[in-house]
Ligand binder design. Structure first.
Ligand code: NAP
Length: 354
């Protein structure tokens, strides 16, 4: 198959292309905007595999994704399937415009390009958090006029509808991973966002308390005691996306989620053990007004995660279960031991300098 991918220089994309190239005959056409990153990707493959990897310079925010004329000639009418992963994965309100330019306008540009390239299938990688403020995640499109936690969620929910509106041009499937974390066997993760942004903030805060001699105090994080975080290891997500190549059904939404997510309190305990501290706790919203200035600082550092620390969503993933039934992919059963290994792997490899 001739497969066109966006986002292959990212955390998920980097892993996905390894899966799609190993033990297959596929040719991969990888959209990239940064020469150095593209070269780094290529260097991870054997000479034989490299013959099946084709770099395509461009940017999804431009018309036709900014493809050069000679690339257009090579690709128009030649592509079987498009995986669209490229996105801005940030939650800040002041990035609203950029989020919509990349995540929404960018999706329209790649959809139009996919039609010109003759793609028969379009796989859109969205997020489980298009669920917004609901407590139950379904495997169907959500109403974009509902209330969402941040412009990232909004841009993704609107993009899902945009993708769906191209269903007369090609088969479309939508994949919604929850919070993607490191590899379930090695813990390896090339990410600075979501769990990794949270862990980094806590590590920086720890160093601050050491510097200011305030390690003896307890600092409260505002959340929900029974709130949960839905982690999915990157290899699980990638295995499902690769398996989908031949098995995904048209116009289906697949939640790639953890059926039994741990509580934020448990996760905070595991992170503290990895950081060798024991002075962070979670309190309910009601305590907000009596936070100390240091606690306000801590909560400010993790502000973009606040909505997720308060939520506890149950996701339906029946479509995904059916997709992987009979394959060698086991439905996710993420143990405490594996999550702790993933957390520890981060601090062992990415520690913030003292
Ligand atoms: N990480 C998670 O926890 C998570 C959870 C659920 C869903 N997702 C979804 O999974 C997908 C991949 O996420 P990720 O974690 O791998 O993100 P990532 O590491 O930040 O990678 C983002 C990718 O998008 C590319 N990109 C961004 N803007 C672009 C543009 N204008 N033109 C071309 N390429 C552009 C980046 O290219 P550069 O390398 O050049 O910047 C990079 O390859 C996203 O759609 C995200 O919404 C992620």
């Amino acid at each position: 198959m001739n497969i066109f991918l966006t986002g292959s220089t990212g955390f998920l994309g980097g892993k996905l292309i390894q899966n799609l190239i190993e033990d297959t005959d596929h040719h991969l056409y990888l959209l990239f905007r940064n020469e150095k990153k593209a070269e780094k990707i290529i260097s991870a493959f054997t000479r034989k595999q490299r013959k099946r990897i084709h770099l395509v310079h461009g940017d999804i925010t431009s018309l036709d994704c900014g493809l050069r004329e000679n690339d257009k000639k090579k690709l128009y009418g030649k592509i079987d399937i498009v995986y669209h992963l490229a996105a801005l994965v940030k939650f800040e309100e002041d990035l609203r415009q950029e989020l919509f330019e990349i995540n929404y306008d960018g999706t329209r540009n790649i959809l139009n390009l996919a039609v010109k390239m003759g793609a028969k299938k379009f796989f859109y990688v969205s997020t489980a958090y298009t669920v917004g403020k609901r407590n139950v995640g379904i495997e169907a499109l959500y109403d974009p006029s509902e209330d969402y936690n941040n412009p990232y969620e909004e841009s993704k929910v609107q993009s899902e509808h945009l993708v769906n509106s191209y269903r007369d041009h090609m088969d479309i499937s939508i994949f919604r991973p929850a919070i993607i974390v490191g590899d379930s066997k090695t813990g390896e993760a090339d990410s600075a966002f979501t769990l990794y942004g949270f862990m980094r903030a806590l590590e920086i805060f720890k160093k601050r308390t050491i510097r200011t001699g305030r390690t003896g105090q307890v600092y409260r994080i505002v959340g929900a005691i029974k709130g949960t975080s839905n982690f999915v290891p990157v290899d699980y997500v990638v295995d499902i996306l690769s398996h989908a190549l031949s098995r995904a059904e048209n116009e289906k939404v697949y939640n790639i989620t953890n059926p039994d997510p741990p509580t934020n309190l448990a996760i905070l305990t595991w992170i503290q053990q990895a950081l060798e501290i024991n002075n962070l706790s979670i309190v309910e919203n009601s305590a907000l007004q009596d936070l100390s200035s240091e606690e306000l600082r801590l909560n400010g550092m993790i502000e973009v995660f606040a909505a997720y620390l308060k939520s506890s969503v149950i996701f339906d993933d029946e479509n995904t279960k059916r997709l992987i039934a009979g394959s060698d992919i086991e439905h996710l059963n993420l143990s405490e031991e594996t999550i702790r290994m993933i957390i520890n792997a981060y601090f062992e490899t990415k520690a913030v300098p003292a």
